[in-house]
Design a protein around this ligand. Structure first.
Ligand code: UT7
Length: 321
């Protein structure tokens, strides 16, 4: 059996401060009813006070390491998917690797907007399968409240903060992480962006919505094909938690029944690159995701960038190569 990359642990962390739709009603021309009907979101979390995104990411990583039964010193590579790091430079990953107590692990940030976690997971799998890395932490961490215009009702209701991480290891897994499908189309870069000067997210919501559904469905079909699987093989479908209607539309078009689709957008909202690992962790905590399950992941974000991948969850085959 050839060396594969498999997920062996997961953890997450959310800021304590909860912002409800009612809170937004106080200063935004919107209503709780509109937000729930059009997005499925009831509340979201925002970082405030002295807690940094590095703190939040570290909490998620410690949780993931414990879940995998590993120490920070066992990790030789840290990939953080984020476009809202604490500082413009250096990235979040080097400080995170140090705070965790890795032994000088390789550490890098990747920015692929809301698809960042999938890009990071694919990169870690490639490094592991080529033998260059043994164990990696792949983190999705965002503080979107830092780049959201609180008076723009088209975005302020959607974006939120959070962090989650997985431990990815080399092992003689049967499936592990199948080859991901990763795509981009810079032609549409003006539909979702934040300018260097303004530093606030601007979005043509309806257009992004339409592309998001189509691209995630296409990519998931292609990822299934590459993994030699069909839609019926999916045990759990997790798509980027942007909007409940997007999640439902993608699942419907793929033909995945409701009971196999996990969503936590109601209480987490859109946390960009943290969205998929947060949903994975919550799906596991709520008993929807179990070892051996075939999980289909799909994400879409500004760029446009998007992708999909099939992962066998916490596979228990001959681990520890
Ligand atoms: O993470 C990257 C990917 N991001 C996404 O995938 C987000 C994709 N987009 C969306 O989730 C949705 O497009 C939104 C939630 C942003 C907007 O929902 P929509 O159903 O597409 O609404 P819309 O933009 O077509 O607007 C419909 C109406 C408009 O009013 P008029 O022109 O019909 O009078 C908007 O001005 O709703 C109005 N509107 C609102 N009303 C109350 C827009 N935002 C709000 C709001 N509260 N927050």
């Amino acid at each position: 059996m050839t060396l594969k990359a498999g997920v062996t642990g997961i953890g997450s962390a959310l800021p304590e401060h909860v912002v409800t739709n009612k809170d937004l009603e106080a200063y935004l021309d919107t209503t709780d009813a509109w937000i729930q009907r059009r997005t499925g979101i009831r509340e979201r979390r925002h970082l405030n006070g002295t807690v940094t995104l590095t703190d939040l990411a570290a909490e998620a990583c410690r949780d993931a390491l414990q879940d995998a039964g590993r120490e920070a010193a066992d990790i030789d590579h840290v990939i953080v998917a984020t476009f809202t790091p604490d500082r413009l430079m250096p990235g979040l990953a080097p400080k995170l690797a140090t705070v965790l107590g890795t032994d000088g692990a390789g550490a890098i940030d990747v920015n692929a907007a809301c698809a960042g976690f999938l890009y990071g997971l694919d990169q870690s799998a490639a490094l592991i399968e080529s033998g260059r890395v043994q164990r990696a932490l792949v983190v999705g961490a965002e503080a979107l409240s830092r780049v959201t215009d609180p008076h723009d009702r088209g975005t302020a209701i959607l974006f939120a903060d959070g962090a989650a991480a997985v431990v990815v290891e080399a092992g003689a897994f049967e499936n592990g992480c199948s080859p991901f499908v990763l795509c981009s189309d810079g032609e549409h870069g003006d539909l979702l962006y934040a300018e260097r000067e303004e530093r606030l997210l601007r979005m043509e919501g309806q257009e992004v919505y339409r592309h998001a559904v189509e691209r995630m469905v296409e990519a998931t079909r292609e990822a299934l094909r590459r993994a030699d699987l069909t839609v019926d093989d999916i045990d759990v479908l997790i798509v980027h938690q942007a909007n409940q209607r997007i999640i439902d539309a993608a699942a419907r078009r793929l033909g995945v029944p409701e009971e196999k689709v996990f969503a936590n957008v109601d209480t987490i909202a859109n946390t960009s690159s943290a969205s998929i690992p947060l949903a994975l962790h919550h799906a596991e905590q709520r008993g929807h995701l179990k070892p051996g399950h075939t999980v289909a992941l799909a994400a879409f974000g500004g760029g446009f960038v998007w992708g999909a991948g099939i992962v066998t969850w916490k596979e228990r085959v001959h681990a520890g190569a």
